[in-house]
Design a protein. Structure first.
Length: 110
C-alpha cells in the first residue's frame, strides 16, 4: 500500500476530487495549507509570517491506495490538477507499512 499526498492550487481541488471519485477513490483527506507554489494571479499571493516570504493558500490531498493503483491516481491528479504550462504542484508517494482500523470489527484482509 502507498500513501499519496498532492499539493495543488485551490482552484483545481474540486475537479481533482471529482475525478478521483469518478475513478472510485473516495477516502480522501483534504487540508488547507500554506505553500510557495507559483501564484496563478497576484491576488492569490500574500505574505506568510511563518515562512517569512510571500506564499499562497494550497490544498493538500491525501489518500492510501494499493500499489497497483498508484499510477492511475497520480495520473488523475497530475492531469486534472494542472494549471497553465508551468509546475502546478507536486505528488508524493510513500510506502505504508500498516493500516489499522480505529474501532469496528477487525478487517480480515489487513
Amino acid at each position: 500500500m502507498k500513501l499519496i499526498k498532492a499539493f495543488i492550487h485551490h482552484v483545481r481541488t474540486a475537479d481533482v476530487i471529482e475525478a478521483l471519485a469518478d475513478a472510485g477513490f473516495r477516502n480522501i483527506t483534504l487540508q488547507d495549507v500554506r505553500g510557495v507554489l507559483k501564484a496563478i494571479t497576484e491576488g492569490e499571493r500574500d505574505f506568510s509570517a511563518e515562512a517569512g516570504r510571500p506564499g499562497i493558500s494550497e490544498a493538500l490531498l491525501s489518500l492510501v491506495v494499493e500499489d497497483a493503483q498508484v499510477d492511475a491516481v497520480a495520473s488523475i491528479i497530475r492531469t486534472v490538477g494542472r494549471v497553465g504550462p508551468g509546475i502546478s504542484g507536486y505528488v508524493y508517494v510513500s510506502p505504508v507499512d500498516q493500516m489499522l482500523p480505529i474501532g469496528g470489527p477487525p478487517d480480515p484482509e489487513r
